[in-house]
Design a protein around this ligand. Structure first.
Ligand code: ASP
Length: 377
């Protein structure tokens, strides 16, 4: 029996069937779980799914968004991580989302390389893949790394080979006509063959990419752009997943924060979950998802925990090339955090939106920004 049980603990299972009809929504959801012998759970919370804003954009054939799909599966009794991955698969498979999975913007060589990680709170396990090519749904491969190996992270050709052996479809190219068109435009403007020195090449590549965002050729949230999706069920089981094509036109092999535990994602089933989208390098230098979970462990709300992490990132951003005219970070970085009680927040360097789905339905909410204005002010 769990030593941490307290007065809010209660017994669910077969004995609950008769009283379920009189219980509030969150407790009724427990009844949807498969019946079995009576089990003791720590406390009941209202099931909840939060994600980056694109969790409300792509739709599956039934018209469901990622957060709706995940929420529906969670209240239907599915494993929380399976539900979240089914949700983000909708975006990974959407050719119109140029920041995640199939159709994600490729690297500087025109090759789509994807990163993902997932973390299962109750099982205390995690898996990840980085720079994997040819698989539309890297989140599923990340889960397979978690389930089928003793390792956390597989990268590049090894990750693809692992996926192939498990029967994943390997495509020769994950570009869509649109992602290839944008890459060709970027390539034309950078003419990167003329810049053999990697530093110049990277600087020019970034300048051209951001100019394409300013011209409206690429949506800002798809230049960087990722989905992190976190959820909790009525038993208090917490999981998270992050999946991305990473920074547009990145140096081949570049991996951001998404597949790195503590950066793009962190889950502690006793405390909560946090994940990120935006400039991965700024997050990696501060391992902010881990910091947010640790802040919540020390009693901070998700909101205060996330703002504290953003403050640290701002303080550690001292290079001139990363500062705008006001001396503030010139990049976007968002965090999504929830705690064991089902409290949640979206936090960001600059004002943004994030997706939520709970018993009130799905919606976009405003994040709590650390700074006003925009990154480019
Ligand atoms: N964080 C991702 C990365 O740096 C990209 C993003 O979220 O926009 O690869």
């Amino acid at each position: 029996m769990d030593r941490k049980m307290n007065r809010r603990d209660f017994v669910v299972g077969g004995a609950m069937a008769g009283v379920a009809a009189t219980l509030p929504g969150s407790l009724q959801a427990l009844e949807l779980a498969p019946r079995g012998p009576a089990v003791i759970v720590r406390s009941a919370v209202k099931p909840l799914v939060i994600s980056a804003a694109n969790g409300m954009r792509s739709r599956d054939a039934a018209g469901k968004s990622a957060v709706e799909k995940a929420y529906e599966m969670i209240v239907g009794g599915s494993d929380v991580l399976d539900a979240l991955i089914a949700g983000v698969n909708i975006i990974e498979l959407d050719p119109k989302d140029t920041s995640v999975g199939y159709g994600g913007l490729p690297n500087a060589d025109g090759v789509v390389q994807l990163d993902s990680s997932c973390m299962h709170g109750p099982l205390k396990r995690a898996g990840g893949v980085a720079a994997i090519e040819g698989v539309k749904t890297p989140s599923q491969v990340a889960r397979a790394v978690m389930n089928e190996t003793d390792n956390h992270l597989l990268v590049g050709a090894g990750a693809q080979d692992f996926a192939r052996r498990l029967g994943f479809e390997i495509l020769p190219d994950l570009n869509t006509p649109e992602s290839r068109r944008l890459w060709l435009e970027w390539k034309r403007r950078t003419d990167s063959e003329h810049y053999p020195d990697p530093k110049t090449r990277a600087t020019v590549g970034m300048q051209v990419g951001l100019q394409m965002v300013r011209e409206g050729l690429i949506e800002a949230e798809h230049y960087y752009g990722t989905i992190n999706c976190d959820g909790i069920n009525a038993r208090g089981d917490i999981c998270g997943v992050t999946t991305t094509s990473g920074l547009a036109f990145k140096i081949p092999g570049r991996t951001g924060d998404s597949p790195i535990l503590g950066a793009g994602l962190y889950v502690d089933n006793d405390i909560g979950a946090a994940g990120s989208t935006g400039r991965g390098e700024a997050n990696l230098y501060n391992l902010a998802s881990f910091l947010i979970v640790e802040n919540m462990r020390r009693g901070m709300t998700p909101k205060d925990a996330g703002l504290d992490a953003l403050r640290r990132i701002k303080a550690n951003t001292i290079e001139k090339r990363l500062l705008n005219s006001r001396g503030n970070p010139n990049f976007y970085l968002n965090f999504y955090a929830l705690n064991k009680r089902g409290e949640y927040a979206g936090l960001s360097m600059y004002p943004a939106r994030f997706a939520v789905c709970d018993e009130r339905g799905s919606r976009l909410e405003d994040t709590v920004p650390l700074l006003t204005g925009s990154a480019t002010d």
